[in-house]
Design a protein around this ligand. Structure first.
Ligand SMILES: [Zn+2]
Length: 85
């Protein structure tokens, strides 16, 4: 089970695992397509944990400034896509 917020109805919905249509692994995050019980459409949600891990790894390798800039841009994009989803 997972908790999502439907961008259409703005309500929090508890969603069963079987409603997860797909999970796509990206280098910086996971994108989950979830069938919404509130409005019936499919919303995409992105997890930030992997993004944090990737950012930390890159920062440790010595290119911290470039990594932070790239990660910040990626985060802003993800947030934007979330509000648009
Ligand atoms: Zn919905």
């Amino acid at each position: 089970m997972l908790l999502i917020t439907c961008p259409v109805t703005r309500t929090d919905e508890l969603v069963a695992d079987r409603r997860i249509r797909s999970v796509t692994s990206h280098p910086t995050h996971l994108a989950m397509a979830v069938e919404c019980p509130a409005c019936g459409s499919v919303h995409v949600y992105r997890t930030g944990r992997r993004w944090e891990e990737a950012r930390r790894r890159v920062a440790e390798s010595g290119t911290a400034r470039a990594a932070t800039a790239a990660a910040t841009a990626a985060s802003a994009r993800a947030a934007h896509e979330l509000t648009r989803a």
